[in-house]
Write a protein that binds this ligand. Structure first.
Ligand code: ADP
Length: 380
């Protein structure tokens, strides 16, 4: 009953077909390098990191900061939003390791609250004090964590999930944060994950250009989609675990529709299993609808960090106008008739490639671009 669990995985046994990537990430950690885990959403980045960290758990102290949680209402968020996620991660450590008591005192001194308020994350008390908590404070705490990790013969592993969102935190100095770790925390390893690959690389390059990392660089681990055989094996194994017999035709259809993305395959498996067990009627269409809802949320988030949000939105709307698919020239024509600013085909080609990379648009045969499932109706 594990493959179809729709939360990130923690155990290798539940994490299908990624042994190679786990070993890759372990190797990076072993050599004290930094890692960037890259791939589209729901491809298994969080799972990869969690499974790997779990396998070396006796040797490390993990500090997990999930930037995917910062929300999608606004484009920019204040430093406090980051501080909150940072303290959540830190308090996990304080709760888990008795030797981390020093850290709760360090934070409570800085914020002028009780250590207990830090351990319990008493936001009523902490919140107001967080206003003048800045990157320097974060760095100081990380140095403290690095030290206690060293004292206890462990490595500190900081995992910044959905790293591209760091662009949306106003007032956080990511360059200073990374360089402080590089300079002072010899015992700390960084892992970032990014679902908008280009944006993630752009942030890392920018930091690197301002002040090179020299010796320690980011090694990239790419997660690719499953091919059809892997998707099939994943589904068959999953349904076997659930003790459910399923029509081969349905499996083949799901393989085509969910296009090798494990998160969608797991959602499909989970939903299908549930409906069979409780004798509900279920159509694959409904699962696609659910998926489309989530994708349109992803798209909104993508627009918030991209540099040409208007253009991207116009492209999607134009393809949708064309009935969900069209050639480059046709899309350009629709855009030029609907929108003020003229678009050149070469520029459109670049923007479309990005949308294809992030799986918001599919590149089909013979130069046709299409919207996956029923994304257009949702975005419209
Ligand atoms: P990401 O961080 O890339 O968005 P997650 O790790 O959150 O992806 O995974 C998304 C969903 O897909 C989760 O439900 C997870 O359990 C499932 N999943 C991803 N990869 C695999 C895999 N290789 N085997 C089993 N389940 C997977």
């Amino acid at each position: 009953k594990i493959l179809f669990d729709t939360r990130p995985k923690n155990e290798r046994a539940d994490f299908f077909n990624r042994d190679k990537e786990i070993e890759e990430l372990k190797d990076i950690l072993k050599h004290n390098d930094f890692a960037a885990v890259l791939g589209i959403r729901r491809i298994g980045k969080t799972s990869l990191v969690m499974v790997t960290l779990n396998e070396v758990k006796d040797e490390i102290i993990p500090l997990v900061i999930n930037l995917g949680k910062i929300g999608s209402e606004k484009k920019l968020y204040p430093m406090e939003t980051f501080s909150k996620l940072f303290l959540e991660g830190t308090s996990e450590i304080i709760k888990k390791y008795t030797f981390a008591g020093k850290i709760s005192r360090l934070i409570s001194n800085r914020l002028g609250v009780d250590p207990k308020d830090i351990i319990d994350l008493n936001w009523a008390k902490i919140k107001i004090k967080l206003r003048d908590f800045n990157t320097q404070d974060v760095n100081e705490i990380v140095r403290g964590l690095d030290e206690i990790a060293d004292d206890n013969k462990k490595k500190l592993v900081i995992f910044l999930d959905e790293f591209q969102n760091i662009k949306r935190i106003k007032g956080f100095d990511i360059g200073s944060f990374l360089h402080d770790i590089y300079e002072w925390c010899k015992n700390t390893v960084l892992i970032v994950s990014g679902s908008f690959v280009g944006v993630t690389e752009e942030v890392l390059n920018q930091v690197e250009a301002e002040k090179p990392f020299f010796g320690r660089k980011f090694f990239k681990v790419y997660l690719e989609r499953f091919n059809e055989d892997q998707s099939r094996e994943f589904l068959i194994k999953g349904f076997e675990e659930e003790g459910i017999k399923i029509d081969e035709k349905i499996i083949e259809k799901a393989i085509k529709l969910f296009d090798g993305i494990p998160g969608w395959l797991a959602l499909f498996g989970r939903t299908y299993t549930y409906s069979v067990k409780h004798s509900h009627n279920i159509e694959i269409k409904d699962i696609i609808k659910e998926a489309a809802k989530q994708v349109s949320k992803d798209f909104t988030n993508f627009l918030k960090i991209s540099s040409s949000p208007t253009r991207y939105a116009e492209i999607i709307l134009s393809i949708s106008r064309l009935g969900g698919k069209g050639r480059l020239k046709e899309i350009a024509d629709v855009m030029n008739s609907l929108y003020k600013e003229e678009i050149r085909e070469s520029r459109l080609h670049d923007l479309l490639s990005t949308l294809v990379n992030y799986s918001f648009v599919k590149a089909e045969k013979r130069g046709i671009y299409s919207l996956p499932s029923d994304l257009p109706t949702r975005i419209g």
